[in-house]
Design a protein around this ligand. Structure first.
Ligand code: H2P
Length: 818
């Protein structure tokens, strides 16, 4: 029998059923007989929150009264996924729940399915934040996640009859949401606009308007730690409900205008399109949540003190700036310290510098936010003054370091016209980290090179990770059980490196067969799920080959779809006999930012390739393409455990890390990938022989740019030289996937043949070659499964618990509550 250390709750299933019944009656006012699964879901959620309440309150008290520095994770996105199962797991109530709902006459899955998934993030960045707060709580480290409770999360994606993406609003709060607790008594005032005047030799900001930031608290229960932290998401409310005078004149719409405008601030999550938005509302959002959070932390850590000693602030909490979105927090803390608490500049700077650290998540220069000074000046005039002064101090510091004037100019935080938020964060915080080794190295060598030369000690790396609770235990219960059986303990759930104990089992045929059976059963489950949710007929006896992630040219969904088209073309032309093709099901999941034209064309192309291929009797059962719409965490949790082959094929030097790659490896998928982001480290750990590597390396990519690949139209040479590539592109151009219309994809095709910035064509041949090797390997099921076992066994490093331990050691210098 395996040793089980998972948290156990003191209540029995019968008692838990009573608690649910009580919530149904006293909170929702329905009898068990009247209740729908959605009622039972809300009742269960409320009951679980009650179970967590004591631990939550104790964690908060211990945090404020103790000497352990807390972490404030400032993030514009937290992509949490559904909460119920995770909360049950961490409260030790999973078994009780299953039995209790059954006793009440409900199906556990239906109750779980009744939860509406909140989509408060675009992709990896927001999901990483969710994994990190899970790990902080599981390690017992006191922490706040601070963000925005957007009324509308990431848009809901649908496809129209032409296969085009259609975005519809995701009004998730229209559904009952039992997890967030709105706390009107702990609100904060956030102000904007106006002017700065001098009064008695002091700068005084006279803002023009203010909004009320109201916290909505979500419990973040740790796994087996007894600790429950807080995710505090701010929602914007108006101070003036409406203007009675206007109202009485019957101008109703005008009367509610201030309210509508104030509430707009937390209305919608901006879609990531990696181009500067230049939108005032986005800056308002950023300032809104950061200002509220800073004031909140002062309130929490210095309770009831009018004149707190804020020189101790960096010992109470460190703020992690998750990308550039919260960087306005640096001048804000300076302002608060000087204008609200009377500290002088130097003291304020010392506190600020020791409070903030910055994580960069990109290598695309256009994804580093740059705000026009004019906009900052209009919205936050006092902050612009402070930023100018920071720039002066910075310039003087660079001069003292002997940095050449030209270099110092390149490094300017404030250029006169604009404010570069990444530079402000790098200068204003203690540490800067990238999210995988290669990424951190490229930040030092390229993106932030001057800064790394001037401040080498600031730079460090923390490779990303994912939580094994959600992404193995909850997503893949069969594999979890097998791992526990293989290791003789379930301790791996809080110490993922224990997976190494599975290495010898890769040579144990019995174990490998059980492992293969788990994968097969997961594929059957996924096929049923896809039928139920999307009406797809996925054959679980084919290889499941998955590519799921935000749609972006650098991630190269285009490379994957071109390879599918090339395979299709080969069969159609008779070059390859359908009988020789290894049956494969390719599954895509991706949303494109609404304004990102080429990304949206790619989506349309994938959908139409799916339509044509899936309906062509010549390839039936051999090549199948599915594109379930609205990719989200729920779909990820169902698809990842069923995947045989995962695609991580970004252009080398563009993907900062990736975290999907980790989830797949941990669930026993093999990866086909480039030497990019965390792929490099995954390959190192799982072994080069257990990873399908292809494509150019980052230096090769740089060399090809230097030759003028994108400027001189060199991609065309690859097209001319490679008949398979040519056939595939010609098929896109000739209307095969657009009912004969040759214009549908002309911009996409034109881009491939004249620019192809992300070098899809240049990597095509290598990609086709590795696919041939993949097929050969897959034809030997024992070999494939053995490789997959070794992927799981060697991926324990990619737990977000390990990432957090690295942050604790390298950046935050704190640890668990005593
Ligand atoms: C981003 C990066 C990923 C990285 C993730 C978390 C912005 O996510 O591009 O490489 O793993 O942050 O650090 P995404 O592309 O999924 O939106």
């Amino acid at each position: 029998m395996a040793e089980i250390t998972a948290p156990q709750s003191p209540v029995t299933a019968e008692q838990f059923a009573d608690e649910i019944r009580e919530q149904l009656k006293y909170t929702q006012g329905v009898t068990v007989e009247q209740a729908k699964p959605a009622d039972v879901y809300v009742a269960t959620a409320t009951a679980v929150r009650r179970h967590l309440m004591d631990s939550w309150m104790k964690t908060q008290t211990d945090m404020v009264n103790g000497n352990t520095k807390a972490v404030g994770y400032l993030s514009a996105e937290f992509l949490m996924g559904k909460q119920l199962e995770n909360a049950l797991l961490n409260a030790g109530l999973t078994d009780q729940f299953d039995k209790a709902v059954k006793a009440l006459g409900f199906d556990a899955q239906e109750v779980i399915d009744a939860e509406y998934e909140p989509g408060l993030g675009n992709g990896g960045l927001g999901r990483l934040a969710a994994c990190f707060i899970d790990s902080l709580a599981s390690l017992g480290v006191p922490a706040f996640g601070y963000g925005i409770q957007y009324k509308y999360g990431i848009f809901k994606q649908e496809f129209d009859e032409n296969g085009k993406q259609v975005e519809t609003p995701d009004y998730w709060l229209a559904n009952e949401e039992p997890w967030g607790h709105i706390d009107y008594n702990r609100d904060q005032k956030v102000s904007f606009g106006g002017e700065v005047v001098e009064e008695n030799g002091k700068k005084v900001w006279k803002p023009a308007w203010s909004v009320r930031a109201v916290p909505v608290d979500y419990m973040v229960p740790g796994y087996a730690s007894g600790r429950v932290n807080t995710l505090r998401l701010w929602t914007a409310k108006s101070y003036d409900e409406f203007d009675l005078l206007t109202f009485n004149k019957s101008e109703y719409l005008d009367a509610v205008k201030p309210q509508v405008e104030a509430e707009n601030i937390s209305k919608i999550l901006y879609p990531e399109d990696s181009t500067p938005q230049g939108k005032a509302l986005r800056l308002e959002q950023q300032y809104f949540f950061v200002s509220a959070s800073i004031h909140d932390a002062i309130r929490v850590f210095y309770p009831g003190q009018d004149k707190p000693d804020l020189t101790t602030f960096p010992n109470k909490i460190n703020f992690q700036l998750n990308d550039t979105h919260p960087v306005i927090g640096i001048p804000e803390l300076m302002r608060v310290l000087m204008d609200e608490y009377d500290y002088d500049w130097d003291t304020a700077w010392d506190i600020t510098r020791h409070t903030f650290n910055y994580t960069c998540h990109t290598l695309l220069p256009e994804a580093l936010e740059v705000w026009p000074s004019k906009l900052i000046g209009e919205l936050l005039p006092r902050h612009l003054e402070i930023i100018e002064k920071i720039q002066d101090q910075f310039a003087a510091e660079l001069k003292a370091k002997g940095i050449a004037d030209g270099t110092a100019k390149d490094m300017a935080i404030y250029t006169g016209d604009a404010v570069r938020m990444a530079y402000l964060a790098t200068y204003g915080g203690s540490h800067v980290n990238g999210v995988a080794e290669l990424h951190s190295q490229l930040l030092k060598d390229v993106t932030l090179k001057n800064f790394s030369d001037a401040y080498p000690d600031k730079f460090t790396n923390v490779t990303n990770g994912v939580t094994p609770r959600r992404f193995i235990k909850l997503a893949n219960p069969r594999l979890s059980d097998l791992i526990t059986e293989g290791l003789g303990t379930d301790k791996w759930l809080s110490d993922l490196e224990l997976l190494k104990g599975l290495i010898p089992l890769a040579d144990d045929d019995e174990f490998v067969k059980k492992f293969a059976a788990v994968k097969q059963a997961n594929k059957v489950d996924f096929s049923n799920f896809a039928k139920r949710k999307y009406g797809f007929d996925i054959d679980p006896n084919t290889m499941i080959n998955t590519m799921v992630k935000r749609l972006h040219e650098y991630k190269r969904q285009a490379l994957k779809i071109l390879s599918v088209i090339a395979d299709y073309a080969d069969i159609k032309s008779g070059k390859v006999s359908a009988d020789d093709v290894m049956p494969r099901t390719i599954v895509f999941g991706a949303k494109a930012a609404p304004g990102y034209y080429l990304a949206k064309q790619t989506i349309q192309l994938i959908n139409n390739v799916a339509r044509v291929v899936n309906n062509d009797p010549d390839v039936k059962g051999k090549l199948n393409v599915y594109f379930p719409w609205n990719y989200n965490i729920e779909l990820a949790q169902n698809l990842i455990p069923a995947t045989d082959l995962d695609e991580q094929i970004s252009q080398a030097g563009k993907e900062a890390s990736g975290t999907g790659n980790m989830k797949f490896a941990l669930n026993g998928a093999l990866t086909v990938g480039t030497l990019d982001g965390a792929n490099v480290e995954i390959r190192e750990r799982v072994g080069a022989e257990n990873f399908f590597l292809f494509g150019m390396t980052e230096p090769e990519v740089s060399a090809l740019y230097a030759k003028g690949y994108d400027t001189k139209g060199l991609s065309r040479e690859y097209y001319e030289k490679d008949p398979q590539l040519k056939a595939a592109i010609d098929m896109v151009a000739d209307g095969t996937f657009s009912d004969g219309d040759k214009d549908t994809y002309k911009d996409l095709v034109n881009d491939w043949l004249t620019k192809d910035y992300f070098m899809t064509l240049a990597d095509f041949r290598a990609y086709m070659d590795i696919q041939a090797q993949i097929e050969e390997t897959y034809r030997d099921p024992m070999k494939w499964s053995r490789m997959a076992v070794l992927n799981v066994a060697n991926s324990g490093y990619f737990s977000s618990d390990r990432s957090i331990e690295d942050y604790l050691e390298r950046i935050w210098h704190t640890g668990p509550l005593a």
